[in-house]
Design a protein around this ligand. Sequence first.
Ligand code: GDP
Ligand code: MG
Length: 439
Amino acid sequence: LSDRLQTVFQKLGSKGKLTEDDVREAMKQVRLALLEADVNFKVVKDFVAKVTEQAIGEEVTKSLTPHQQVVKIVHQELINLLGTDNVPLQESRPGPTVIMLVGLQGTGKTTLSAKLALHLRKKGRRVLLAACDIYRPAAITQLESLGKQLGITVYSEPNSKHPPEIATRAVELAKKELYNVVIVDTAGRLQIDEPLMKELEDIDACVQPIERLLVVDAMTGQEAVRVAETFNQRVKVTGLVMTKMDGDARGGAALSVRSVTGVPIKFISSGEKIDLNTLEAFHPDRLASRILGMGDVLSLIEKAEEMYDAEQAKRMEKRLRKGKFDFEDFLSAMHQMRKLGPLQQIIGMIPGLSQLARDEELVSEKQLKLIEAIIFSMTIEERRNPELIKGSRRERIAKGSGTSVQEVSQLVKQFQQMQRMMKQMGKQMGGKGRGGRGG
Ligand code: GDP
Ligand code: MG
């Protein structure tokens, strides 16, 4: 039933379906845009193929051109692929929570470990930094000076040659002195090599970090995929952090890495400066727009849709005032409301009501669906003239919508009451003529 509803809904403001030509033409540009953003070519190929197949035959919304419609679908798919908003770091109970950072040299692990320490301290955690990069000259002093600057303790062993042991003793210290979190800053190489991978595996086995974050430089090009695959094979990565997002790079690596590992992007780092302003939670919509790089097309789409919504709302308001509001308008109003997201979600955003949103029975999404089903089973004529709905028509509608005659009668009755009320209100509002946005 809900599939049927969906298609009927889509048809409401439609001007035909996307043809294969529409989609292929628009996809050429999408493909180029993604390659320019340095998304891995294989990932681009798969993505374009999948979305092409999916887009052909989709309805074109009245407010958009076919090209815009394709871009809109692509944008939404990118958002889906990039994944969930704001996935928090996992914590171990009892502690300490161990977080290991891995990645190539220069991607920003050490910088990130300091930023993460700040982030976690702000959440009330006692954080210990463990300096496990013993190869890069001055790596330990780099972390120690960051620690001093921020007032965060750094555990290091200047003479040790065994990072897994350093990490182990850091965790022991954390247990003894009741630190909540240990962030293990590891060494990187310019390229993946076996000794590095073995060492990370050893650290992983010794301290069993609950989070193994792969740090990825946003400027990484095509090779991002292979790097991510290798790290993920050796230490099962639990999250991604994209760094250097303050640069010009469109950040296609994020899409590549996300799509081959399937693990969530947890943070975006955007600056050399160590403060909380340069460490952001991840928002897939922003990154999707950046990777697609079609800012102007995307804002055109948004404007066109807003204008369309405003027009619809105005028209509806006029009909409301004249007391001409019928079942068709009602459907259309529901459709507009739906654009805000599922009812459940909308209610979830209202403070105080979020508890309610969790209880599916209380929020009557079901009830709404029932109403929709009934309206969909009416003929156009009946929707426009609800007073026609009597006797055998009620029976037919009930059968068609899988409801009972009583339910149909009740809806019609309620609707007619609502119409009368609206007529009254319309008279009271009189000719003030203020065009607000309806929902
Ligand atoms: P590591 O080798 O992975 O530990 O990388 P580092 O943390 O030492 O960072 C390497 C370089 O990148 C340093 O010069 C950092 O200041 C710089 N860096 C790190 N993160 C960012 C970032 O988000 N934006 C910019 N612009 N530079 C960064
Ligand atoms: Mg480092």
